[in-house]
Design a protein around this ligand. Structure first.
Ligand code: OGA
Ligand code: MN
Length: 291
């Protein structure tokens, strides 16, 4: 697995109008050569969500491929949800773990950007579909650069001056999880504020960084903030600004958490297995603790 493979011709097939493209001609089962990484990064910055399809991967293949794009998070912020043998892989699964249904079976049930509630929001995520239910289990993505660009100049100016506060305990479904695990996850991740608009470090694009996991804007009350958060989420997730991915086993879907948000749908029979593995590319330290 140590050989770096060169890919002769890399092409893309757009998957959605606002974002999303399938990348063809890249072998995901081996670490990509640096020129492949550069070519893929350019496409990724352009399309925000990219998909590699149809290659069966083992956990070590995913970490080797993803690791070529930057350092991987070891998921210490959510230690209960990581793969036993590969801490660089988070399991998003409804399989039983230790004789109990996994706490991650309801991961991502509201619009969010990964690890926004931590002091090191994820730069990007790569999610591999190992097992999917017969129908559904789709994931939706929204283009937050386009969401920002389509706001009025005055609204952009207001948002440029705001910080958004994240409180993991307010996340949908969090209260229904194992109380001991959630208490520890909360302890590891106190409330934190991040800028409501971020500039992508590589592409220079400005993107809205507000999701359904924002509890309020720093210095404003929850009552004052909620209508604005609701408006921004509705604006960002309008049908013309989203892409809905229908998974096939063997898909590796990669999203930029700095320019998109996403949502895991419940459009499937939850007695059927759905097993996904996520590698998370580290972003830098950011934000300030609010408590
Ligand atoms: C994630 C996530 C969505 C899904 O892995 O970060 O939100 O559809 N998953 O599993
Ligand atoms: Mn997620």
């Amino acid at each position: 697995m140590s050989d770096q493979r060169r890919n002769s011709e890399i092409t893309v097939k757009p998957l959605g109008y606002a974002l999303g493209a399938e990348v063809l001609g890249v072998d995901t089962s081996a670490p990509p050569a640096p020129d492949t990484v550069s070519a893929v990064n350019a496409l990724w910055h352009e399309h925000h969500v990219i998909a590699f399809r149809g290659e069966r991967l083992e956990p070590q293949d995913i970490t080797a491929f993803a690791g070529a794009f930057g350092p991987l998070d070891d998921h210490a912020s959510t230690p209960f949800y990581r793969h036993q043998d590969f801490p660089e892989l988070l399991q998003v699964t409804n399989r039983e773990i230790g004789g109990k249904p996994s706490e991650t079976r309801n991961t991502g049930r509201n619009w969010h950007s990964d690890y926004a509630y931590t002091s090191h929001p994820a730069a990007a995520s790569m999610l591999y579909c190992d097992t999917r239910p017969p129908v559904g289990g789709d994931t939706m993505f929204a283009n937050m650069v386009r969401a920002y660009d389509t706001l009025s100049p005055k609204m952009r100016e207001i948002l440029d001056g705001l910080d958004a506060v994240y409180d993991i305990s307010l996340t949908a479904g969090f209260g229904q999880r194992d109380p001991q695990q959630t208490a520890e996850t909360r302890r590891l991740n106190p409330s934190i504020a991040h800028p409501a608009v971020r500039t992508h470090p590589d592409s220079g694009k400005r993107a809205l960084y507000v999701s359904e996991r924002v509890s309020h804007f720093h210095g404003m009350t929850i009552a004052e903030s909620k209508p604005l958060i609701d408006f921004l989420c509705a604006h960002a997730t309008r049908p013309d600004n989203v892409y809905r991915h229908q998974w096939a086993e063997g898909d590796l879907v990669c999203w930029d958490n700095r320019t998109t948000m996403h949502l895991a749908l419940t459009d499937f029979d939850q007695t059927q297995p759905r097993h996904m593995l996520r590698a998370t590319l580290l972003g830098g330290q950011s934000g300030f603790i609010v408590e």
